[in-house]
Design a protein around this ligand. Sequence first.
Ligand code: 4GX
Length: 252
Amino acid sequence: MRFDILTLFPDMFSSPFRESILGKAIEKGLIQIRTINIRDFALNKHQVVDDTPYGGGQGMVMKVEPIARAIEVVKSQDPSAWTIYLTPQGKQFNQEIALTFSSKSHLILLCGRYEGIDERARELFIDEEISIGDYVLTGGELAAMVLIDAVSRLLPGVLGSDRSAEEDSFLNSLLEYPQYTRPFDFRGSSVPDVLLSGNHSAISLWRRREALKRTLARRPDLLAKARLSNEEQRLLEAILQESRVDKSGDGV
Ligand code: 4GX
């Protein structure tokens, strides 16, 4: 899969993608990440890429021509490339969108700075607008990195093992169960006994219960749309029953 990042700050991308899993994926040729400096496509003498907004107001707007030229060069090499603009005004990124993007062969990610890009650049060259969340960054670069990271780890061979079943569990909207490793006792806090029991069905049952309890406590919105199996449904009923007993004062 190919990612072409259009940015005014290509250096921001060098080290995050050299490290760890994504670095390995690049070495193995599973993903290809290229940065393109939008400034190289400003044909004016001083390579100006921004200008004051028509109608007045504060800040600067990214000019349409350099963006247009940069995207057209990439698209001329691969007309099937899908062009994304990172902006708080876009559709909120999630695991389902990451999965959809992972089946595309080539993404172009446009990173905006200042007050954003000229509206005509959006209209003419952007296929889809994506937000990574309701907060304001200084530019689209970090958002592009988040998207590339989440999409890349879904590609075959990028993670060591085949994680597809686990991905499904998140798409089915449950949070993960708690994890423990050695030591058994840390400052008086020990690992739940069931995890040392060697009883695999008991461990699996405990983990499903914990995942349900955690999702109920922290993300009831996820639970509402979760597709639970019959057994998970029964476990959830039992957890809700316990919490009702607790609240009535009879319990602990
Ligand atoms: N998820 N930013 C875009 C420039 C900008 C300003 C105004 C449109 C209108 C962001 C996010 C994000 C900062 C990227 C502002 N574009 N991107 N940039 N949240 O905050 O994706």
